[in-house]
Design a protein around this ligand. Sequence first.
Ligand SMILES: NC(=O)C1=CN([C@@H]2O[C@H](COP(=O)(O)OP(=O)(O)OC[C@H]3O[C@@H](n4cnc5c(N)ncnc54)[C@H](OP(=O)(O)O)[C@@H]3O)[C@@H](O)[C@H]2O)C=CC1
Ligand SMILES: O=C(O)[C@@H]1CCC=N1
Length: 273
Amino acid sequence: MTDFPRIGFIGAGNMATALVGGLLAKGWPASALMLTDVSEQALSVHAARGLRTGTDNRELVASVDIVVLAVKPQAMKAVTQALADCPQQPLYISIAAGIPAQSLAQWLGGDAAVVRAMPNTPALVQTGATGLFANAAVSHEQRVQAEQVLGAVGIALWVDTETKIDAVTAVSGSGPAYFFYLMEAMIEAGVKLGLARHDARDLALQTALGAAQMAITADVAPDELRRRVTSPKGTTEQAVAVFDAAGFADIVEQAMRACAARGVSLANELTGA
Ligand SMILES: NC(=O)C1=CN([C@@H]2O[C@H](COP(=O)(O)OP(=O)(O)OC[C@H]3O[C@@H](n4cnc5c(N)ncnc54)[C@H](OP(=O)(O)O)[C@@H]3O)[C@@H](O)[C@H]2O)C=CC1
Ligand SMILES: O=C(O)[C@@H]1CCC=N1
């Protein structure tokens, strides 16, 4: 094995593109990355920067150490069943929401080594957050490899039960969308308050970056950081009161519960459980 395991991505869409971009930026050699997709258009951006691309998933399995299954959950059964009789035994890393490792291993022929990973798109800029779960067929060396790949583009942590992957999906897999949604809303509100759109955008995004950076580096929790912004009888207090009156924390919890529940219902729909 080289220092950089060869990684093949089946599905060259949003998440695979974010992971590949993050790995390249981190110094992963382009020669160790390969992608397949049914869409030539999805592959063209990768081919243009010198990566190996193709449409034959079995050929990809034969030429890599790790196969990242990066198709939509709805396509996963057909994609994996078509690989069941491949003689090679790579490590499979599925990034699909919902689909259990046991179903994947069964579709892949029975005893495949499967890591379920739930990454997120900030992997593109090395600030990804990934939860990992390994089935019993995954060796210690393969666990290290999975961590090496996902850890190259952000933080990667193991969860001890597979059901927690749905919770990871609710927090960090889908999480970037929640923050983008808040950014969108803040920009629109800033414009309504009289700012030029580009100023509202610059201020909102820099504030998101600054708040995340502070929350990560501070020695106190986010609630204390919030209190430090909230002067008694001041302006922030008024904004927070409006959030509270609308049930902000409850809304966030309901949204995240719906997200995690969709992981479960996807599994039921797509595995016949
Ligand atoms: N987007 C995100 O933020 C995250 C996504 N995920 C998971 O990642 C997976 C991919 O999501 P995302 O990247 O957003 O989806 P995309 O639809 O952007 O990418 C999937 C790609 O796979 C292609 N594809 C379909 N069938 C095959 C096949 N048989 N062989 C090879 N490629 C095929 C699709 O082509 P076509 O469109 O023509 O069908 C598409 O280009 C999903 O399972 C999702 O749950 C996990 C974490 C975060
Ligand atoms: O929305 C989805 O289903 C995928 C999984 C997590 C983020 N995007």
